[in-house]
Design a protein around this ligand. Structure first.
Ligand SMILES: [Zn+2]
Length: 160
């Protein structure tokens, strides 16, 4: 007896629309397909219902740069920082607020330069904090040193 579900799938193959992006749930690892237009609505994981678009800064590493930054469907603001850096710590609450305000439009990623020298070298980061806005791996903006939330926003707004 033929499998009706299989026949149905053959008849109507699921085609991935170009506006869809694949988002891997950071909680359970499930792969979710989300259309880019739905990202501002804070879509959740189909398996565990964790929010797929972070509302807080995400810690990234040299190891997951490709997944978290290059493959991100959202533009990513990378904060190159280190725990011993006073101005970096001053920026932390600003980034927390910005992440909540721009959820679904921007991802804020924090990269500890002491533990992840590769990305820092690639972007020529010699002083911290340095902020780089990337979209699909392409650097759009770069800001060096501590910066006010208003100034940061005005640099980001044209891109998000
Ligand atoms: Zn999940």
């Amino acid at each position: 007896m033929p499998c009706l579900l299989w026949l149905h799938m053959q008849a109507a193959p699921k085609v991935m629309e170009p506006s869809e992006s694949v988002m891997v749930c950071r909680e359970c690892g499930a792969t979710n397909r989300v259309s880019r237009e739905r990202l501002p609505e804070a879509p959740t994981c189909g398996r565990c219902h964790t929010g797929l678009t972070p509302r807080a800064p995400v810690a990234i590493t040299d190891g997951n740069w490709r997944v978290e930054v290059d493959a991100s469907p959202l533009p990513v603001l990378v904060d190159f920082w280190a725990p011993w850096c006073g101005p970096c710590r001053t920026m932390a609450p600003v980034l927390d607020q910005l992440a909540a305000e721009t959820a679904g439009r921007l991802k804020i990623a924090k990269l500890n330069v002491d533990e992840n020298p590769e990305a820092a070298a690639r972007f020529g980061v010699r002083a911290i904090p340095t902020f780089v806005l990337l979209d699909r791996g392409k650097a759009l903006e770069e800001m060096r040193g501590a910066i006010s939330k208003a100034a940061l926003r005005s640099r980001l707004t044209p891109h998000i």
